[in-house]
Design a binder for this molecule. Structure first.
Ligand code: KG4
Ligand code: ZN
Length: 347
């Protein structure tokens, strides 16, 4: 089965063609146009600007993907229906509805977070063989992006149980806001992790919020405020001997320690066969390496999966993978009535 997938939930316009044969995914095409440079001027994503950019890129990308005008080699259309920015989501959703209706193809509404989770199936397929290296169930997912920080238990394909989530800022959002405080451009995650390479992660003892809270929720707003207080006032004397790189490294360490500690507690509580790390923040090297090694120490029988670095950020291939799983179960939506849902829930 082959799906044409569309992603426009935030600031990347992306179209992909993904196939699934004998349970394995193949990315036939995956083309993404990023607007990050445009939004960098505003210090973050502006929804109306994002929508305008999606509208101007979506047809050129469709052409570049090279599907036939009648869509004859495509079996289904998949689209991110939420969560995300409504004006941005709508561009992709309306395009997908039009193609599904005109080509008489079934339409699948994909949750963006589900797409991030399925990015590891694409990766495992490409980098490991035989396929028993794919994640097995139950799988515990740590999903960390610009908009979400969630621990999710997957008992089977397309079955999600939310164990915990952030009560305020998402991990990626905290990276972006701290980068801004340090005068680094949007998106801040890659900038902070680059700056951190030169810094001392033990220089400042920032808080590890809710690390011992006894549940699986997160909170990053207080940590961001602690960095602000440190950088902007009161701590000028201490700030003198400390470089931006030290602040970046100490902040990054606080985020990673918190994410890893909570994930390992969830491992203890749920006894999964696999742990999946995904979402934009999964590009963070310290997070990937720390989670993998601490998991190995805790229980070496649990397999660890993180996406290929080319698939950590928003892309349509991951939406295609999640869409194919839903299509295989016959979970389709009506192309005449589908609506973008900014608060779409996974579980
Ligand atoms: O999944 P994603 O591309 O978009 C959303 O669905 O939100 O995630 C984007 C987030 C941004 O906040 C960005 O700063 C963060 O991922 N990010 C990182 C890194 N690369 C991207 N955060 C920490 N370290 C990185 N290397
Ligand atoms: Zn995302």
């Amino acid at each position: 089965m082959r799906i044409l997938a569309i992603e426009t939930s935030c600031d990347e316009t992306s179209i992909a063609v993904v196939s699934r044969t004998d349970g394995l995914f193949t990315i036939d095409k995956n083309i993404t146009s990023s607007q990050a440079k445009i939004h960098a001027q505003y210090g973050g994503v502006v929804p109306e600007v994002a929508a305008r950019e999606h509208a101007s890129w979506i047809f050129p990308l469709l052409k570049e993907v090279g599907v036939a005008h009648d869509g004859k080699e495509i079996d289904a259309i998949g689209v991110t229906a939420g969560p995300g920015l409504v004006p941005a989501l709508r561009v992709g959703v309306e395009m997908a509805k039009t193609l599904a209706w005109a080509w008489h193809k079934p339409l699948v509404a994909v949750n963006h977070l589900e797409g991030h989770i399925y990015s590891v199936w694409l990766t495992s397929h490409r980098t490991t063989f035989p396929p028993h290296h794919l994640p097995t169930f139950p799988a515990l997912c740590l999903l960390v992006s610009g908009g979400h920080t969630e621990l999710i238990l997957m008992r089977d394909h397309s079955q999600y149980e939310l164990l915990g989530m952030t009560r305020d800022d998402a991990a990626g959002e905290a990276f972006d806001k701290v980068a801004k405080l340090l005068g680094l451009p949007y998106p801040g995650g890659p900038q902070i992790s680059k700056a951190a390479l030169e810094g001392d992660a033990t220089a400042i003892d920032f808080p590890r919020p809710m690390i011992d809270s006894g549940d699986f929720d997160f909170s990053f707003a207080g940590l961001k405020t602690a960095v602000r207080v440190y950088v902007e006032g009161g701590k000028v004397e201490r700030w003198k001997g400390v470089s931006k790189a030290d602040v970046a490294a100490s902040f990054q360490q606080a985020v990673v320690d918190t994410l890893v500690a909570k994930t390992l507690k969830a491992v203890e509580a749920t006894n999964p066969a696999s742990v999946i790390l995904s979402g934009g923040v999964s590009a963070n090297r310290l997070l990937r390496d720390t989670l993998k090694s601490r998991l190995d120490q805790q229980d070496s029988s649990i397999t660890f999966h993180a996406p290929d670095l080319s698939l950590t950020g928003d892309n349509a291939a991951m939406i295609g993978a999640a869409g194919l799983m839903k299509a295989a179960r016959g979970t389709f939506v009506d192309p005449l009535t589908l609506k973008a849902d900014p608060n779409m829930r996974l579980a």
